[in-house]
Ligand binder design. Structure first.
Ligand code: 5GP
Length: 135
């Protein structure tokens, strides 16, 4: 059975794409807790982040680093916060969240409601700042 994120990678389910390489994919979280909230995933379906092999895990973090830099350039903020939950979707992922204050990383607060156009514009702005080879 393939996860919802595998269906996103294959294009079966649409997503607001931020960046992509052969092995990794970054896209906007559909229920963002902050503007620019992005998920970074390995294309390979592995449930738990810390079960990835060393090479895949380090590659994912390097991909996340590049994505975080692009995100901060597109959505000015103090820091890009990182969270790993995985309680909802059994496909390893890293949350990247623009932060100005600690409360910005509260997963219990009401999610932002953005229009399709707003999602598209944010994804496009982050993608435009993405630098280097996406590997
Ligand atoms: P977690 O597994 O880390 O607890 O939560 C999964 C995250 O994936 C949530 O923040 C949720 O909003 C996001 N998510 C779940 N389904 C979809 C989807 O179909 N598309 C997108 N873009 N994000 C999703």
């Amino acid at each position: 059975m393939s996860t919802i994120f595998s269906k996103i990678v294959s294009g079966e389910i649409p997503s607001y794409r931020v960046a992509e390489s052969d092995r990794y994919y970054a896209f906007l979280d559909i229920n963002p807790i902050a503007k620019g909230h992005t998920l970074v995933i390995p294309k390979k379906e592995v449930d738990y982040l810390f079960d990835l092999d060393e090479e895949a895990l380090s590659g994912l973090w390097i991909f996340a680093q590049k994505t975080a830099k692009a995100l901060q350039a597109a959505v000015p903020c103090k820091r890009i916060g990182v969270a790993v939950l995985g309680l909802e979707v059994p496909h390893a992922h890293i949350h990247l969240i623009p932060l100005n204050r600690e409360a910005d990383v509260d997963f219990k607060k009401p999610k932002l409601k953005l229009t399709k156009e707003e999602f598209e514009n944010i994804a496009k702005a982050i993608a435009a700042k993405w630098e280097g080879e996406a590997n």
